[in-house]
Design a protein around this ligand. Structure first.
Ligand code: MG
Length: 385
């Protein structure tokens, strides 16, 4: 089978947490912590299979947490973390993968780059772990008093996933089964394996307390607000007798020329939203050279921009549009335009502003050669670290 299997260790009871549900099944921003840990590996292109080691009492919790993810059936763990890892490794003996990554189920923030660094280092070493240098000064204390200052030079904080050649770590775990070691690298070291250090990640923390959970939740639910602007112009086409502005058809001495329905208002709004998420412009998503957009209702473009925001876990907060022309008059149609834009974006009309202005008969809009539109959009996105 698989060249690289991830073994997610989630058999603990999480007694430090209190409460009924073991910590790895507690929810973090709406999802079980363990689900996030599993998904990081299930989604990684260099990981071929994912297996969790769980407490036998937690099967129903596990199945709910892993629903829809491509994972192998879980196996029951033992009385200690070390025993649980060994049992997980034993469960893979028949498949005998080349590499195994052993990861704490309670580290839901591991990212693809960290996983990749560990796997990459295994080309040169029997084992590899992500680690961070100790930056705080270390004190030894006794009875509330410092007894010594410990030299921190060369000290590292070990994280997971810890990666190993499968056969070597299985053998090491079998030999060290009667000792109590706190991580798999320690098991490997005892067996004389060469274990490399790769860069860890401060965000790859282990959720061990209620405070950790709350801090992690606050980080995950943090948002940022972005602003984008859009501008568009369409010339009048005397062969037409209505203009379409924000989806509202208004009888007029001319219509607007353009490949789609030439709705200059919706085009400017679309570009404003695309601008807020730096997703290119309307021409990138709907090339005028593509015949399928001939005569298209521009509502499709705006809806697509809103979908791109939603796909990033964000939301359009507000849009503001100014239509610039001498005629037709915008004011009589403003309420219908706002309602229409609000409907397309799926937001309240109170978040949609449509304004009309003239250019005092100056310039191309003043001469009645066409209509210009400018827009701003504010968008809320999950905060990027
Ligand atoms: Mg346009």
């Amino acid at each position: 089978m698989a060249g690289c299997v991830a073994l997610i260790v989630a058999a603990g009871r999480g007694t430090r947490f209190g409460g009924e549900v073991p910590k790895q099944y507690r929810r973090l921003a709406g999802e079980p912590i363990l689900r996030r840990s599993l998904r990081a590996f299930a989604d990684h292109p260099a990981v071929d299979a994912v297996r969790a080691v769980i407490h036998p009492d937690d099967l129903a919790l596990y199945e709910a947490a892993a629903e829809g993810l491509a994972t192998l059936a879980p196996v029951p763990g033992g009385a200690s973390r070390q025993e649980s890892v060994r049992l997980g490794l034993e469960s893979l003996v028949d498949d005998a993968p080349d590499l195994v990554l052993i990861h704490d189920g309670a580290r839901p923030f591991v990212d693809a780059a960290t996983i990749g660094r560990v796997i990459g280092a295994l080309a040169q070493a029997d084992g590899a772990i992500p680690a961070l240098p100790v930056v705080d000064t270390l004190k030894r204390g006794d009875g509330g008093r410092i007894t010594d200052t410990v030299d921190r030079a060369g000290l590292w904080r070990a994280q997971t996933p810890q990666g190993f050649r499968f056969a070597a770590i299985l053998e090491a775990h079998r030999r060290q089964a009667d000792r109590e070691l706190t991580d798999d690298a320690a098991v490997a070291e005892r067996a004389g394996l060469a274990v490399a250090l790769v860069d860890g990640d401060e965000r790859n923390l282990k959720v061990t307390s209620q405070e950790d959970l709350e801090r992690a939740e606050a980080t995950m639910t943090a948002t940022e607000t972005r602003v984008g602007t859009g501008f568009d112009v369409h010339a009048f086409d005397p062969a037409k007798d209505e203009v379409v502005l924000c989806g509202v058809a208004i009888p007029h001495r001319a219509g607007l020329a353009g490949h789609s329905d030439a709705d200059v208002g919706l085009h400017a709004l679309t570009d404003a939203i695309l601008g807020a998420i730096a997703a290119g412009d309307i021409g990138d998503h709907f090339p005028p050279s593509d015949p399928q957009w001939r005569g298209a209702a521009s509502e499709v473009f705006l809806a697509k921009a809103a979908d791109l925001v939603a796909a990033r876990g964000g939301a359009v907060l507000a849009v503001d549009l100014t239509l610039i022309c001498e005629a037709p008059k915008v004011a009589p149609h403003r309420a219908a335009m706002r309602d229409n834009v609000a409907r397309i974006l799926g937001i309240d009309p109170g978040r949609v502003s449509v304004k009309g202005t003239t250019t005092e008969k100056l310039g191309f809009t003043g001469r009645g050669e066409g209509i210009a539109a400018q827009a701003a959009a504010t968008v809320r996105l999950p905060a990027e670290p």
